[in-house]
Ligand binder design. Structure first.
Ligand SMILES: C[S@@+](CC[C@H](N)C(=O)[O-])C[C@H]1O[C@@H](n2cnc3c(N)ncnc32)[C@H](O)[C@@H]1O
Length: 387
């Protein structure tokens, strides 16, 4: 028996017709979707078939295209890795459920399978699943060792080493992360659009959803500018301003020690440690040391950064500059909020005798923060009145 008679049935065709035959087999549901096509000699490619028992009409159509009788061969099948990562999680979990000791079998496996997540956030080697994923019972009805096996298998199914569950960001002043680590380490280290970030994801929030705003800020021309970042975090905006927008120096205010740690590590990893001065502690104190030095202030705190609007105006050079004001605003109130914000900055400038004329420029809708509530960033220009 030669090797062409053992194994799974494949249809071999000349490479030049590969694409056309592949499409034909697929549309007629004859192609086996879980087995990889294989090379056959130098010039042929062989497609895995669900069965050799398909219609004479299709066989004739294939022969007409290839201009030769059907060339059916048998080969050892190589099962393709499932491309849909949700399916990969499902497979891992089903396998794990089968291996549970009888006294640990989950009471309602169907309900558990229904809670498997379809989406998640990846921070380097750590996968953070949305809260509510994997049901609740799993933590109470199975042993620590079984849980360890499950999380480890899920991590490797997603090509990661660590997994955790995301929780809403704390409403405390430092907007702490409340993610819970299930396996591995919460110390993450990754590159996002060419920029290194490094921090403890269970202590510090990182909003992957703000990627468009990080890119927008990075695409501005800040060549040679001095920036005050009033809420620097782990460098979400400070780094793109220095690395992509060409800013010369960032004065970064940050009060949360784990965020400061991430900010310093990230600055080092990006090779820009000499371009950032970190001001630990409450920006109510640090901003008072930063008067008249900035071309631009970044005010990235939600729900509002209003507490430092006056101090950020004072931080601008006498020739004026830009403010990037983050805020949560109800969609239908955005127009009023813009007018009100310009009015407020104008009154602050007048009261403090700064002599700026305030102009609203672009308003960026970053993302939905809650139903009907948008996270927006308002670009505000402040320039001395023309005399
Ligand atoms: C919400 S984070 C920035 C998140 C970022 N906007 C993002 O898109 O992922 C705001 C940062 O401001 C810091 N912060 C809040 N209030 C502060 C204050 N009064 N002084 C200094 N830092 C403060 C928090 O510790 C936090 O790291």
């Amino acid at each position: 028996m030669n090797h062409e008679e053992i194994g799974h049935p494949f249809l071999a065709v000349h490479r030049s017709m590969g694409e056309q035959i592949h499409a034909l087999l697929k549309s007629n549901e004859v192609l086996h979707s879980h087995i990889s096509p294989v090379e056959h000699g130098d010039d042929f490619i062989a497609f895995p078939l669900r069965s050799v028992d398909f219609s004479e009409l299709l066989k004739n159509e294939i022969s007409a295209i290839t201009n030769q009788p059907l060339r059916l061969i048998k080969r050892t099948p190589h099962v393709m890795e499932k491309v849909d990562p949700h399916e990969r999680i499902q497979e891992v979990v089903k396998h794990w459920l089968k291996q549970l000791a009888p006294n640990e079998a989950l009471a309602d496996q169907g309900a558990f399978l229904d809670t498997l997540p379809y989406k998640w956030e990846r921070l380097g080697e750590l996968i953070l699943f949305p809260s509510g994923s994997f049901g609740q019972n799993i933590l109470t009805e199975t042993s620590k060792e079984e849980q360890h096996n499950l999380w480890g298998a899920i991590a490797s199914a997603l090509n990661a080493t660590s997994v955790g569950i995301q929780s809403p960001i704390a409403k405390d002043r430092v907007r702490s992360s409340q993610a819970v680590l299930l396996h591995g380490t919460s110390h993450v280290n990754f590159i996002d659009h060419g920029i290194h970030y490094e921090f403890d994801a269970c202590k510090v929030m990182f909003s992957s959803g703000n990627v468009t705003e990080r890119r927008r800020i990075g695409s501005m021309d800040m060549t040679g500018e001095t920036i005050v970042d009033a809420y620097a975090g782990v460098g979400y905006y400070s780094f793109p301003m220095l690395i992509n927008a060409g800013a010369e120096h960032v004065h970064a205010c940050e009060m949360n020690p784990p965020s400061i740690d991430g900010l310093l590590r990230g600055a080092e990893a990006n090779g820009i440690a000499d371009k950032i001065t970190v001001y630990p502690g409450d920006n109510q104190n640090s901003l008072s040391q930063l008067k008249g030095i900035a071309d631009r202030c970044h005010l990235g705190l939600l729900p509002s950064s209003e507490a430092v609007w006056g101090m950020c105006l004072q931080a601008l050079k006498t020739k004026g500059g830009w403010l990037h004001v983050h805020m949560n605003v109800k969609e239908e109130e955005i127009g009023d909020w813009k007018a009100n914000t310009i009015h407020q900055f104008q009154s602050l400038s007048d009261t403090m005798g700064l002599g700026f004329s305030i102009r609203g420029d672009h308003l960026e809708r970053v993302k939905w923060y809650a139903p009907h509530v948008r996270h927006v960033v308002f670009d505000v220009e402040c320039r001395p009145y023309e005399s």
